[in-house]
Design a protein around this ligand. Sequence first.
Ligand code: COA
Ligand code: AMP
Length: 632
Amino acid sequence: MKGAYQKAYDESLKNPEEFWGRAAKAVHWDRPYEKVLDDSKKPFYRWFAGGDLNTCYNALDRHVLGGRADQAALIYDSPVTDTVARYTYRELLDRVALFAGVLADNGVGKGDTVIIYMPMIPEALIAMLACARIGAVHSVVFGGFAPNELAVRIDDARPVLIVTASCGIEGKKVIEYKPLIDRAIDLAEHKVKRTIIYQRPQASAALTDGRDVDWAAAEKKAKPTGCVPVKATDPLYILYTSGTTGMPKGVVRDNGGHAVALTWSMKHIYGMKPGEVFWAASDVGWVVGHSYIVYGPLLYGCTTIMYEGKPVGTPDPGAFWRVISDHGVSALFTAPTAFRAIKKEDPNGEYLKKYDLSKFRTLFLAGERLDPDTYHWASDMLGKPVVDHWWQTETGWAIAANCMGLESLPIKAGSPTKPVPGFHVEILDGDGKPVPNGTEGVVAIRLPLPPGTFPTLWKNDDKFRESYLDIYPGYYFTGDGGYYDTDGYIYIMGRVDDVINVAGHRLSTGAMEEIISQHPDVAECAVVGAADTFKGQLPLGFVVLKSGVERDPNDIVNDLVRMVREQIGAVACFKQAVVVKRLPKTRSGKILRGTMRKIADAETYSVPSTIDDPMVLDEIKDSLGSVGYQKA
Ligand code: COA
Ligand code: AMP
């Protein structure tokens, strides 16, 4: 007999309109949709076409009207500023409505774009929901990105204004944002005429006359603003994510499908009940922050936590257990790297023993491969289910998971279990043909993708098709490699493109190569994601110098490290590069990055039959040896 998971999965593929139509009843519609799935413009699909709604109304107003006005909507817990603040649904609604008024006063209207460059403070979430309230499209840029990255996003999103704060706080470091914003605005071709700055006590930003507006002063003059209904298919946000080049991809999220899918996921994947406390220990700058710090928990009537701190060092490796215990968290979602950080400092879980985790039910991990060691450690320490789930910025919610609210399936370490209802996941060979279970290949999803996934890239339907749909017609190309085992469990083994994952942060090696190539002494280069036991992967550069360059290679490597840090940001963690005589290439000139990565990781490798000169591989090994490089 089929279990609840299999029944739901089968129905979602056989009868998607009925399945998602039922899920859509949990959302308030200002105007009912005409079609659950509009497939009239294949391969572009649209969910809930003809319907109108407002995402902010569904996340706040509806709950205030429906009896949750005095329930905590948001808990801000900031060990770095020694602050804990609670906002009820009513209080959060008031703050959001007022800031929506500020946005409107500053010229933002329906369909306009707004960039949000903020640390992990409630005002980040308030700004996002305020945009949603008036039908504006937000684009949150992670605070760890350097001005150059911000400028690239400004030029693509062309915002009416930028919302920011005077500083972020990284552990003990106060990072002033104003110089970064000024530099980004200078670098960008699209000239931003207004910024709204939230002044934090830890740093005061000197406002530029005529351009910068003080958040608090603007709120004093503003009036609360109501919700503007938008089309289900209108964009709610753009979130830029690393692709294979220096130009990030502007992933678009719509309003209707997003509200339906996230609401469904809170119950069926995360097994939550409205009123419970859900904590995603991530950052609003990443997709996990969008979906599960801001929108998912609030759409579903949960309490969400915004945590401004780290898993360790703020002040100790008991930080996560303290938050879970203080706020009665039912489910925590974070990246495996956070658990590796805790394990490193507190291998025997001494800090864990100090806290009461009786309300805590499940740990969810995603963002990078969950290695079996970390899985076993977390599961042994907590004695609760540890659920690995696999997803991407593009999909906005989990593609594969153990759906705890449907049916808890036996867990297999190393696997994010099975595809989530709505995602028809297949493993393909190089010709696009499905392979049998047990065989590794490229992971692809049959179209249509379910609601909540990206309908396109921002103002770039062609790139959307080219990057994701044209590779295997009829499928969405995930960029990941993996396989199914004989029980139908999926295993995600890593990217098959130039994207790497460093401490749960998605980065492009292509973008790093573009920066390194700008160095006057560099002839050519390649960056690979080398294995790291703590951060999962770390970028490692291989650099060929121009002939005649006589500078000390260490000085050149230092230049490169500084350049990547300045142009992408500290978050790139680019700290290692090796000068080599030549790069290994195929006879047609393609750089063999995969083979270099295997050499760095001390894995066995076969010499590719297409290689131009196999001797280069020995040279690479020698160069790594000569600088004492060792797999971490
Ligand atoms: N603003 C400014 N700088 C930032 C930043 C931000 N928001 N986030 C990170 N950085 C900086 C860090 O300070 C560090 O700088 P440094 O080189 O001067 O020390 C650098 O970027 C690298 O950061 P990170 O890789 O995060 O290393 P870390 O040692 O500071 O922290 C972890 C390690 C594991 C604790 C941390 O990476 C973590 O919590 N990761 C989870 C990631 C996550 O939530 N991903 C989302 C998917 S769930
Ligand atoms: P991002 O878009 O930042 O969420 O990164 C998405 C990428 O992270 C995926 O394409 C995978 O390579 C990786 N990833 C996310 N979750 C998992 C997981 N549970 N297991 C393996 N890889 C994962």
